[in-house]
Ligand binder design. Structure first.
Ligand SMILES: [Fe+2]
Length: 319
């Protein structure tokens, strides 16, 4: 596959500093602030994951939204292919020697495909479990209880975007950028990948374009529990949904809410698709298709509390 990962997201929020502080607490590492482009331009903090480097930039926006999504490609030829595919769809593009960018109208996100190195992930130490008939861990306590220090997300895994036209957004990502559909929810949206991860982008139908969540990979389910527990100890109102296991994608999840209203997910053990021929995409229906087990999904998960406010502000000139 010529596309191989998400590179970076640029998140627009009304309160940049508060949101940046949240993601530092979430476990991302602050990076060097880029030099301001103009003398009085606003700060735009950059935060890093362990394996993906600078993967989150936060900029000012009157309403919360995903401003930009970066997708890594191997070679300039890949950019040529993306550029011509987008042009065939009638999508205006901007091309530089190292990137091609275009806006998906349904999600209002600028997608930037750029030449980027592939991930080289240091393998996590597999926890040994005691299961019936197999004593995998003898004479020692489980590593999950002994870990200390903050949870550090390994990489940006996926983003979920509300689209005012999910079919057009799917066309943009699938036929234009080159994502593959892993699974879909009937008449609602599609889980798409640009890597071996089950999904890197999910677009779903919504009354307004908005960022539903960003999702960050951690080593295992213990790290999800440790990370969410620490975040909730500092502010219980951040709790959104978890701990659970998704059905589509299979990953363990726990969702929290940042100060701007975006959800952020710790995840582990997502399905991995390396041979397209051996994966059969499914079409699912209903809420149960979203999770195998976990607490009941709160209504505010699918329709966030600020959706009406986002709709009112959707056409704000600063948005
Ligand atoms: Fe997710």
């Amino acid at each position: 596959m010529s596309l191989h990962r998400l590179t970076q997201v640029v998140m627009g929020v009304p309160d940049v500093e508060r949101t940046a502080a949240y993601y530092r607490e979430f476990g991302l590492t602050p990076g060097a602030e880029p030099a301001p482009t103009a003398p009085r331009s606003r700060p735009s903090p950059v935060l890093s994951t362990v394996d993906g480097g600078e993967q989150l930039r936060i900029v000012h926006s009157a309403r919360r939204r995903l401003v930009e999504l970066g997708v890594g490609a191997d070679h300039p030829d890949d950019l040529d292919r993306v550029a011509s595919a987008l042009m065939r769809l009638g999508v205006p593009i901007e091309r530089t020697p190292t990137a091609v960018s275009a806006v998906d109208l349904g999600t209002e996100v600028l997608v930037r495909v750029e030449i980027a190195p592939r991930y080289e992930q240091r393998p996590a130490r597999l926890p040994a479990y005691n299961v019936p008939g197999v004593d995998g861990r003898l004479q020692e306590r489980a590593p999950g209880i002994l870990r200390e220090g903050p949870v550090r997300p390994r990489k940006l895994g996926h983003v979920v975007l509300g689209s005012t036209d999910h079919e057009a957004s799917q066309r943009f990502f699938e036929q234009g950028i080159g994502f593959k559909v892993s699974d879909s929810v009937k008449d609602q949206g599609a889980f798409m990948r640009c890597s071996s991860d089950h999904h890197n982008v999910l677009v779903h139908q919504a009354p307004v374009a908005f960022l539903h969540h960003t999702s960050w990979q951690v080593d295992d389910v213990d790290e999800i529990g440790r990370g969410a527990t620490a975040m909730l100890a500092a502010d219980p109102d951040r709790h959104t949904w978890g701990l659970g296991r998704h059905y589509i994608g299979s990953n363990f999840f726990w969702y929290l809410k940042d100060p701007a209203g975006n959800f952020s997910e710790y995840y582990s053990d997502l399905d991995c698709i390396v041979d397209d021929a051996l994966w059969k995409p499914g079409v699912f229906e209903g809420v149960q298709s979203l999770y195998a087990w976990g607490p009941p999904m709160p209504p505010s998960f699918l329709a966030p509390d600020d959706l009406a406010a986002l709709m009112t502000g959707a056409h704000s000139p600063q948005g």
